[in-house]
Every structure is written in C-alpha cells, then in structure tokens.
Design a protein around this ligand. Sequence first.
Ligand SMILES: [Zn+2]
Length: 74
Amino acid sequence: MNHERIHDAQQRELLWFPFYMIYVLEWVLRLCMLRSWKKAYMAISFERDAYAHGRDFGYLSGRRRFAQWRRADA
Ligand SMILES: [Zn+2]
C-alpha cells in the first residue's frame, strides 16, 4: 500500500531508529495535548503525510525530503 511506502521513504531519510524515536515522542506529546490515542495518532506528522497522499501513487516520485515537516504549499 502506498501509505506504507511513504513511511518507508520517511524512515530511509531519518534512518530507522531516529524515525521511531521521533514517531513515539511526537505521539506521546500529542497524546498529552489531545487526550485521545486515535487523535494523537492521526496528528503525527508522519501519519498526516502518509494519509494525505496514501492514494496518490505519483506522490513518492516527486516527494521532497522531510515533506512531513513542510507546509503543503512550500
Ligand atoms: Zn501510517
């Protein structure tokens, strides 16, 4: 699924370990703010990047590095 391939790209540019460090840290931070596992998960920058483009199969070929931290129009 394209969603998972986008996570692959995110992991490759961050290296595997830092990806999960940041992923879990961001989840915990957002969990404190949002008080909901599901909302916190959906708010993680990696998930927003992957969900926003999960059905766009041309996305990865043109995706900029660290797109999860860029504004959509930047
Ligand atoms: Zn995901």
